[in-house]
Design a protein around this ligand. Structure first.
Ligand code: 4FV
Length: 218
């Protein structure tokens, strides 16, 4: 699952430039039976399988250090957002436990996990995609990860609002014109228009963001 998203664009460049080291580990490498068993049927019956505690404990105890923040990706976690991405980007090392099947044995959550994150209220096949979403958002915040033509500062949510509309050439496309202020060269006017557009769009689509102070949880 991880080959692909981590080998393109920003994440790949961050890895190449030594800003980020990313290692993917196979739980089966932390099993000792011939079948490399990582899951079993749930106690109490019911559908599906549950990830066993032993391989996860062995893997985390072998891989995590003092400074490692152990994160479980699950729908029961706190909702991931830009503020959490900023927070995680300040840690030296993150270790993601990517659940699968019905989930992990509860003792993993009780004894190993520092933080539990959900990327949204829907159920995915396993925790790998959610981990990649977090890795992508955090990597963008690593100093130097974005070329100087990009800055995370004016990203959506960094100011607690949605972004202003973007336009590029041609100035007229199928009779749809670019707002004249953007062609004016008057940067003060352009900045004012962009702030107003961001506020209007946020008011319209995400008024909840406006009553959150910038930086407060977003
Ligand atoms: C998920 C989410 C998610 C639940 C069962 C993996 C799946 C399976 N993780 N945000 N939404 N996980 O759906 O983080 O084990």
């Amino acid at each position: 699952m991880f080959t692909g998203p981590i080998d393109v664009s920003i994440v790949q460049r961050a890895r190449k430039n030594g800003l980020l080291e990313l290692r993917v580990h196979n739980l089966r490498d932390y099993t000792h039976d011939n079948y490399k068993t990582v899951d079993d049927r749930p106690f109490g019956g019911g559908p599906g399988m549950v990830l066993k505690p032993e391989p996860i404990f062995e893997a985390v105890e072998a891989l995590a250090g003092e400074k490692t923040r152990v994160i479980l990706m699950s729908p029961a976690g706190r909702t991931f957002h830009q503020g959490v991405a900023r927070e995680l980007s300040r840690h030296e090392e993150l270790l993601f436990i990517c659940g699968a099947y019905e989930g992990v044995d509860e003792r993993v959550r009780e004894a190993l996990v520092d933080d539990e994150l959900s990327i949204g209220d829907y159920v995915l096949t396993n925790g790998s995609l959610p981990a990649m979403v977090v890795i992508d958002a955090v990597t963008r915040l690593l100093p130097g990860a974005l070329g100087d033509d990009q800055s995370p500062v004016d990203d959506s949510f960094s100011e607690g609002s949605l972004e202003y509309p973007h336009y590029t050439r041609p100035a007229e496309f199928r009779a749809m014109k670019v707002p004249p202020v953007l062609l004016s060269g008057n940067h003060a006017e352009i900045e004012k228009w962009r702030r107003e557009q961001a506020r209007l769009r946020t008011q319209e689509r995400r008024p909840d963001l406006l009553d959150k102070k910038p930086g407060a949880g977003q």
